[in-house]
Write a protein that binds this ligand. Structure first.
Ligand code: ARG
Ligand code: ZN
Length: 885
């Protein structure tokens, strides 16, 4: 059944209060609910329909009396609830331990936890489970005191005490009306790190992070991140913590990263627990941004929520933008900010661009879905954040803060749509290009696909003019045969041949206005003429900072790109120039039959960059990493993943050998001296030294020398932090060094009790550079490992998603074994956890872009999954879309 955005109707009833009682038990939990309901008088009189899924119904009372009702599919229908206001009492049971989907109330490691977004509440009790129905919740939890010493729900603890038979209870009240997707309870044996903070208003608030006993010493970074988030949101957006108590609970089995339940955030342990010995710099970073993301949702998502799920990007795009800005502000220097921006753009291009070009292409505000869980996508999140970023570019930092202010002034406490946000931004900035062209801008919400921007520059030496002709287009996608032009903010600078920035004066202006500016394009074709230029040999630097999420074709030659790579003042475009030179080389290797090589000028430019004392190591690491196979595969049609892998590997070998002395220098020069800190500076040094080590081991293995593999093994053994340890073992594993086997054995023995490190152990083998099918064979073998289970999402992702999402050469095999394996796992996983299965099913989204024989084999595997009648709705939607013409 398709749900359409245009079919939205306000609810027929409001639920004002929900009083819930839980008699907790892993096998059978009794849920007693008492709802205060009012008819929505703006709607026609109609039956009350409540959602319910996998529930065992015991009784239904209206105003204390039994009432006639019927159950139709997943709905409980009461035809004549009598009055315009009434109370509805329902009693039902659920079985947490049978709930392997991890949506609703489920068991994990002896405790009970909930996940309700988007539609999990209906798996707890019958309810109008939609975000525009907001109720005030009072929740009583009763359970065994030994098994569940900690009983938590949203809001404030108002009562607790003992019961008979070794049980106890706790009663919670949340004063903020909220949609059911923000409801949560936890009953488990946990301990908490606690901290009091005082906000600017002078109020004190209790912060708590609940984890299993023994994990307490791994919560310091999460607590620091939470405190920094609170301070930042108050400083930058005047949004204070509005709760007396803010709780985070870490759980081992969790379908996603984390969840912003009001006052009671639930987190995947991966985004809470960190110690120097067990977590990498990337993990520390992830914790900082996910803690911030969920905290920021308290305003953007919870105080103002979504009217319906089509508006998901209203909260997700905006909150991703906010967490990206937070991380940039935390990183500090301009260079560290650019490094973060590069990371965010990489994610966008490797995950969202392929989505926009494949069967799951959808607008940031989708028009139709079957299973809403399938729309927690890179488009809604990451492209949604780019839309907010473009608004920020168009109205400026101050203007954006003013727009946020107006948004809260108008809509605090409401469930609204994306239109309200854009309108508030425009209204707060009436003279901005956003306000002027709001309708054009809003096409970004409506049109799927990545726009293409073609730029062509022409100089006229005599008149000192430079004309930039721009044209944009967007290819048709499902249901959208024709697309209108978008509003594109294009940040631009012009350089001369020596890389010196030129003053920019547009025709019609009296004087130059600096060396960088933002052009606003709103039509299919537009030209901009710069005047007063001292040279005709101009190198344009377009789309600085990736100011719009488009595919740029500017026709720059490799010589132009070398100028930008060496001199651009915009760090993003400097990195981008290096990437483009890499892409050009890889493209050439795919079309010609000779041995793949990087040309000498590019190799020298990379050497210069690596040796440049003025550049940060974090930036060097990014610039010296060739574009990924995933990214390049999306840029090229009819891709042969094996050929691409072989070409990239050959180029890596070449870089390893040509820069051998430079890598050795960098490895020594950038060693971190002193104690471990997970900050931008040190993590940049570790990233670069790990890259250098990988290159040195690669070269050594290729040339039959044992010195660097030996050093890598030693470093792996002696490392005082997980970043260096993992870097060293990955260098060995990826180069297929003999020492990889003992290193893997040793790592397993050392960390056999650390679930998050075991995940890394599986993942590093799953994503290892393929050679002769060894990696794929190893992945199949690891499925049988005693520590492997499909029941834990982190573990399943570590091995399976590493193959399909990160290791094209191991996955796309000419004998189709990768696809057979994929199909079997989709079917197997779907019976356990449909949300996870449908994510995994997306591993073959881009099958149409493959060359033969891959394409036909992939199609066959998808068709085999499609033929299974028992597929879940989640997976069915992905598979059907993949096969649609
Ligand atoms: N709102 C959560 C977050 O972004 C994610 C919830 C994901 N839900 C889902 N069904 N996939 O922070
Ligand atoms: Zn979110």
């Amino acid at each position: 059944p398709l749900i359409r955005r245009e079919d939205y109707l306000a609810p027929a009833y409001w639920i004002r209060r929900a009083d819930l009682c839980f008699d907790l038990d892993a096998t059978k939990t009794i849920v007693s609910s008492k709802l205060t309901i009012e008819r929505n008088t703006t709607q026609d009189v109609q039956p009350l329909k409540l959602h319910g899924e996998d529930l065992n119904l015991l009784r239904v009372l209206v105003d204390g009396h039994s009432v006639s009702f019927r159950q139709e599919g997943a709905l409980l229908i009461i035809d004549a609830p009598a009055a315009d206001a009434f109370t509805l009492e329902i009693r039902n049971t659920v079985s947490p331990e049978k709930n392997t989907q991890l949506s609703g109330l489920y068991a994990s490691g002896g405790g009970l936890y909930t996940q309700c977004e988007a539609e999990g509440f209906r798996r707890i009790t019958f309810f109008q489970d939609r975000p525009d129905v907001m109720a005030v919740y009072t929740v009583t939890l009763r359970g065994d005191k030994k098994k569940y010493p900690v009983l938590l729900s949203n809001g404030n603890l108002v009562e607790q005490g003992e019961l008979d038979a070794g049980r106890h209870y706790a009663k919670w009240h949340d004063p903020f009306p909220k949609p059911s997707y923000l409801f949560a309870i936890v009953a488990a044996n946990l301990v908490a790190r606690e901290q009091w903070v005082r906000t600017r208003s002078g109020k004190d608030h209790l912060l708590q992070i609940f984890v299993k006993r023994g994990d307490l010493d791994k919560t310091e970074h999460a607590m620091n991140s939470l405190i920094a988030s609170i301070v930042w949101d108050e400083a930058r957006f005047k949004l204070p913590l509005d709760l007396e108590r803010f709780m985070i609970v870490a759980v081992d089995d969790f379908n996603m990263g984390a969840m912003e339940n009001k006052g009671l955030n639930l987190f995947n342990t991966k985004f809470v627990l960190a110690s120097t010995a067990t977590a990498t710099d990337v993990d520390f970073d992830g914790i900082e941004s996910v803690v911030a993301h969920e905290y920021f949702h308290n305003w953007t998502g919870n105080r103002i929520t979504c009217r319906d799920w089509f508006q998901l990007s209203l909260k997700e795009g905006l909150t991703v933008f906010r967490d990206q800005e937070f991380s940039m502000d935390m990183a500090g220097s301009a260079s560290a900010r650019a490094v973060r921006r590069i990371g965010d753009v990489r994610t966008l291009r490797e995950r969202q661009f392929p989505e926009d070009g494949g069967p799951m292409a959808h607008p940031v505000r989708p028009d139709v879905y079957q299973a809403i869980d399938n729309f927690y996508t890179a488009t809604v999140y990451e492209k949604g954040a780019e839309l907010v970023r473009m608004m920020h570019t168009l109205v400026g930092r101050e203007g954006f803060a003013a727009g946020m202010g107006l948004y809260f002034e108008r809509h605090d406490g409401q469930a609204v749509t994306c239109d309200e946000f854009a309108q508030a931004m425009a209204d707060a900035n009436p003279h901005s290009a956003l306000a002027q062209h709001l309708d054009v801008f809003k096409r970004w919400y409506a049109q799927a696909g990545t726009p293409r921007l073609v730029a062509h520059g022409e100089s006229d030496a005599e008149s000192g003019r430079y004309t930039l002709r721009l044209s944009q287009s967007n290819t048709p996608s499902a249901g959208q045969p024709y697309k209108q032009p978008n509003l594109l903010p294009i940040a631009i600078g012009l350089l001369d041949r020596n890389g010196q920035p030129l003053q920019l004066q547009l025709e019609g202006e009296d004087a130059p206005a600096g060396t960088e500016r933002v052009l606003v394009m709103t039509e299919a074709e537009q030209s901009f003429t710069f005047i007063g230029l001292p040279t005709a040999d101009v190198v344009p630097s377009l789309l600085r900072g990736f100011s719009a999420p488009v595919l740029l074709k500017d026709g720059l030659s490799d010589a132009d790109l070398l100028v930008l790579m060496a001199h651009d003042t915009d760090a993003f475009n400097r990195w981008e120039a290096a990437q483009r030179l890499g892409v050009n080389a890889l493209r050439a290797a795919l079309t010609h039959d000779d041995t793949p090589v990087l040309d000498a000028a590019f190799v020298e430019a990379l050497r210069t960059l690596l040796r440049d004392p003025s550049l940060d190591p974090a930036f060097k690491e990014l610039a010296l990493t060739l574009p990924s196979e995933i990214y390049v595969a999306d840029l090229v049609e009819n891709i042969d993943p094996q050929r691409l892998h072989a070409a990239r590997e050959a180029m890596l070998d070449q870089l390893a050998s040509a820069l051998q002395a430079d890598w050795a220098w960098a490895f020594e020069h950038y060693q971190v001296r002193g104690g471990y800190l997970p900050n931008a500076e040190q993590s940049g040094q570790r990233a670069l030294t790990n890259l250098a080590l990988a290159m040195l081991v690669r070269h050594a293995v290729a040339s039959g020398d044992n010195v660097w593999p030996g050093r890598a093994y030693q470093r792996f053994k002696d490392a005082s932090n997980m970043t260096d340890r993992l870097g060293a073992i990955e260098a060995l594993v990826n180069a297929h060094a003999e020492l990889a086997t003992p290193a893997l054995e040793r790592m397993h023995a050392l960390f056999k009790d650390e679930a998050l490190v075991l995940d890394k152990w599986f993942a590093l083998q799953g994503r290892a550079a393929e050679r002769g099918g060894k990696v794929f064979a190893r992945i199949k073998q690891l499925m049988q490992h005693p520590d492997f289970t499909l029941g834990n999402p982190n573990r399943a992702r570590a091995l399976l998603f590493s193959l399909t999402a990160m290791n094209p050469a191991a996955f796309h095999r000419t004998d189709a074994a990768g696809y057979v394996f994929w199909a079997d796992r989709v079917i197997e996983l779907d019976a356990i956890n449909p949300q996870l299965a449908s994510r995994f099913a997306r591993g073959l989204d881009r099958w149409r872009n493959l060359a033969e024989p891959y394409r036909s084999a992939a199609r066959e595997a998808i068709a085999r999954v499609a033929a299974k009648p028992e597929l879940s709705g989640d997976t069915r939607e992905i598979i059907d879309r993949a096969l649609q013409d």
